[in-house]
Design a protein around this ligand. Structure first.
Ligand code: 5GP
Ligand code: MG
Length: 188
């Protein structure tokens, strides 16, 4: 990494959700989702939103012992070293052929709600039999709390966080805990 990059100048702050708390939450959350999805048929499609949801999705699906298909969707909302939402842009094709299927979109965090609202609209227009969204984290701000999201791992305060899939300037996704990030290394 460039030693003067935004990620190198940033400073990690306190742990908001620990790896242990995340691991302990997965079985119950997975059970809730399986109860909603039902079992047995050939029509379950999980759509993790890349890149941030890759760790949460991997943790979750290993607690969901049902037949499912997993199809990735890539959208960009915080390009580069920005910490402010820039609007949603799909990168590449979004999953198609969802008509009549039970579809669960999985994302890392619900913040402004733009990503989930955008994907809900795009996917519901394909007439899935059921549609729901799941996030690991939801910020306790009005925009997030007023956005429909059926399954939430943890509610957190309005801080910019990294870890467990979430990045800043492309870094920190591999941190096992969810931590506050201070972009210019100020307070901790
Ligand atoms: P929304 O569209 O709800 O504003 O935000 C959803 C997307 O923005 C997330 O999937 C994530 O990529 C990014 N995002 C929102 N809040 C944060 C945050 O606190 N930290 C990081 N690293 N990304 C965030
Ligand atoms: Mg994202």
């Amino acid at each position: 990494m460039n030693s003067d990059s935004p990620a190198a100048r940033a400073k990690l702050g306190k742990v908001l959700v620990s790896a242990e708390q995340i691991a302990a939450r997965m079985p119950a959350l997975a059970r809730e989702i399986v109860d909603w999805m039902g079992d047995g048929d050939d029509d379950l499609v999980l759509v993790p939103v890349m890149t941030g949801a890759f760790i949460f999705a991997a943790d979750l699906v290993r607690h969901m012992p049902v037949r499912m298909r997993i199809t990735l969707a890539t959208v960009s909302s915080y390009p580069g070293a920005s910490t402010a939402s820039q609007g949603v842009r799909p990168l590449g094709d979004l999953p198609a052929n969802l008509e009549g299927r039970r579809v669960l979109v999985i994302d890392d965090i619900l913040d402004s709600g733009r990503t989930l609202r955008f994907l809900r609209e795009r996917f519901e227009s394909q007439k899935p039999a059921r549609f729901a969204t799941a996030v690991l984290l939801r910020k306790t701000i009005p925009e997030a709390m007023n956005t429909t999201c059926e399954f939430v791992g943890f509610d957190i305060p309005d801080e910019f966080v990294v870890g467990c899939g979430l990045d800043y300037d492309g870094c920190f996704r591999n941190l096992p805990d969810v931590r506050v990030l201070h972009p210019e290394g100020s307070a901790s």
